[in-house]
Write a protein that binds this ligand. Structure first.
Ligand SMILES: *Cc1c(COP(=O)(O)O)cnc(C)c1O
Length: 353
């Protein structure tokens, strides 16, 4: 039987391909040929199964399609020079998925289940983990599948947990340009308690503002600052580096507890930075911009430099508008631990081979 071709633009590359893939498709658009899944029915999780990455089949009334019962994670597996592979901060990601599930009243997969599914999949796809600076991005996804459109105010009792794997390259390799952020003090990215949840609804709600910022201001992203409180962008945490101090909003439920953020703050603290985790407003941000570096943190890009802030039709250059030396250095330090080049002093890597 001939398998149907993947949709245009989607590369279905399989684990037979050599790992030395240098040219990568755009982030998130190429997938390994397999996924792993477990379903929750009658109060039980099924034994995880690795299978071909075929289309999902579900009832058109599935809870997730109507009432947004979905959450996900994003983490990376890396190939080391000795050709071993490891997952970065596995336990933290497992914990955060469980927290998201709980907030959404979805069946909460046991930590051991998520952990073992991630390990099994990466071991199975070992040869498809690209060499550093590439990595294998892992996307655990949990959805509610009850077929009942009368369940708007009821949780889904059945669920599906699956993990996609996507080989990715290095965001910085193309000589990344510092980002332009629209500082928006009018809109919220997420509700004050749901900002901590990695759930589809948050991205859907933020999208319109991001699109408008692109069209009207040629901005790359929106820095959401509801009521003046500087929070984060649609999918990354925000830090301001001022002298030897890192200023960033504390985790209060309204922003995503980024694991890259956490890792960077630990490394920075241990290399002599003062971590100033507190609420700050747009006025202070703009006031400090000229003498600071600013960056966005997240698993996909690690640390991306912010060169310009746009507010009330004015442009504020951050530092000299280029990628700052402190941003570069912090990113290099974290990347070295992630890739296996530096010692794993924080025990952040889970070796699989
Ligand atoms: C995923 C995400 C982040 C970054 O989290 P990491 O654990 O560092 O990848 C930040 N903000 C939002 C809204 C996110 O979805």
């Amino acid at each position: 039987m001939v398998k149907s071709d993947p949709p245009p633009g989607v590369l279905r590359y399989n684990d037979q391909l050599p790992p030395r893939m240098k040219s990568m498709a755009a982030f998130g658009s190429a997938f390994a040929a397999k996924k792993i899944s477990s379903s929750y029915q009658n109060g039980q999780w099924s034994a995880p199964e690795i299978a071909a990455l075929d289309d999902l089949s579900m009832h058109p009334a599935a809870h997730v399609l109507h009432y947004g019962s979905t959450c996900f994670e994003g983490m990376k597996a890396y190939r080391r020079d000795d050709s071993g592979v490891h997952i970065f901060r596995l336990g933290r990601h497992v914990q955060r998925l469980r927290n998201s599930a709980e907030m959404l009243c979805l069946p909460q997969p046991p930590a051991e289940l998520i952990d073992s599914m991630l390990r099994q999949l990466v071991i199975d796809l070992k040869d498809a983990v690209p060499e550093f600076p590439g990595s294998l991005y892992l996307r655990p996804t949990l959805i509610g599948v009850d077929a009942n459109i009368g369940s708007a105010a009821k949780p889904s009792s059945d669920a599906l947990l699956y993990i996609l794997a996507s080989p990715v390259g290095d965001y910085f390799s193309g000589g990344a340009k510092p980002l332009r952020l629209l500082v928006d003090d009018q809109h919220m990215r997420a509700t004050p308690e749901f900002g901590q949840v990695k759930t589809g609804g948050n991205y859907a709600a933020a999208l319109r503002h991001t699109m408008q910022a692109r069209q009207k201001y040629n901005a790359d992203q929106v820095l959401f600052c509801p009521g003046g409180n500087v929070q984060e962008t649609g999918a990354a945490n925000f830090i301001l580096i001022h002298d030897k101090t890192i200023l960033t909003k504390p985790l209060d439920g309204s922003i995503l507890p980024g694991i890259t953020r956490d890792s960077l703050l630990k490394i920075a603290a241990d290399t002599g930075y003062t971590i100033d985790e507190r609420n700050f407003d747009v006025a202070e941000l703009l006031d400090r911009a000229a003498t600071s570096e600013a960056a966005l943190s997240g698993t996909a890009a690690v640390l991306a430099s912010v060169g310009t802030l746009l507010y009330n039709d004015r442009e504020y250059t951050v530092g000299d508008g280029q990628i700052g030396p402190k941003t570069r250095e912090l990113r290099a330090q974290l990347s070295a631990i992630q890739s296996g080049q530096a010692e794993d002093q924080y025990k952040w890597r889970t070796d699989l081979s």
